[in-house]
Design a protein around this ligand. Structure first.
Ligand code: SF4
Length: 193
């Protein structure tokens, strides 16, 4: 694979992300949008947040372009700890805990607004803060009066962009693999002139 190919794949992933951003308005209208400054869902071990390399390609390429690649590669953590991109201190980052919110992976984008289709009907991946709304929203999804992203559909769409990079890992490991991939092809690119 060529760095140019990785850029094309990242663009395709970003297109899906832009599409998911359109659900922000619906989340606000239904009262399930993340409150300003909230960082509750990221306060967990990286082991509990699974992502794939393809989901993290936009971020890995952004870090390469912005010259932050080496810093982040040198700061990777074990998956027993929190996500390496998480800033727990609201004084250091007031608006929320993700240091690269615009580049966060699919997993983090679907949490809170995505739903899974089960035999019993749609099951919303609601944040604990909004658990009292869950039932009502699932009813609306069932009746078709509410449209939110189907987790399986979006997972499959992103996986299909590059199935060979679609395996799920805890987020810190997935980021490490994405950085290694991007770093390896950028070196090759430089050498090839
Ligand atoms: S990538 Fe961002 S939103 Fe996702 S777990 Fe890490 S800090 Fe949280």
């Amino acid at each position: 694979m060529h760095l140019k190919r990785l850029l094309e794949l990242a663009e395709q992933v970003e297109r899906v992300y832009r599409e998911l951003d359109l659900f922000r308005e619906t989340a606000e209208r239904e009262g399930i949008a993340c409150p300003y400054g909230c960082r509750e869902c990221c306060k967990t071990a990286a082991l509990n947040v699974e992502a794939s390399v393809v989901e993290l390609l936009p971020l890995a390429l952004h870090l390469l372009r912005s010259g932050e690649f080496e810093f982040w590669y040198g700061n990777l953590r074990a998956d027993e700890g929190p996500c390496v991109l998480f800033e727990p201190d609201p004084i250091k980052k007031e608006e929320g805990g993700c240091l690269f919110y615009e580049y966060r992976p699919l997993t983090c984008r679907l949490f809170g607004i995505g739903y899974s289709e089960k035999k019993t009907g749609p099951v919303l991946l609601t944040c604990a803060l909004f658990s009292s709304k869950k039932r009502g929203l699932e009813e609306k999804l069932k009746k078709g009066t509410l449209i939110l992203p189907n987790v399986q559909t979006y997972r499959l769409r992103v996986f299909s962009i590059a199935p060979e990079l679609g395996e799920l890992y805890p987020i810190n490991t997935a980021l490490k693999k994405a950085l290694e991939l991007v770093g390896m092809y950028s070196l090759y690119w430089k050498k090839a002139g």
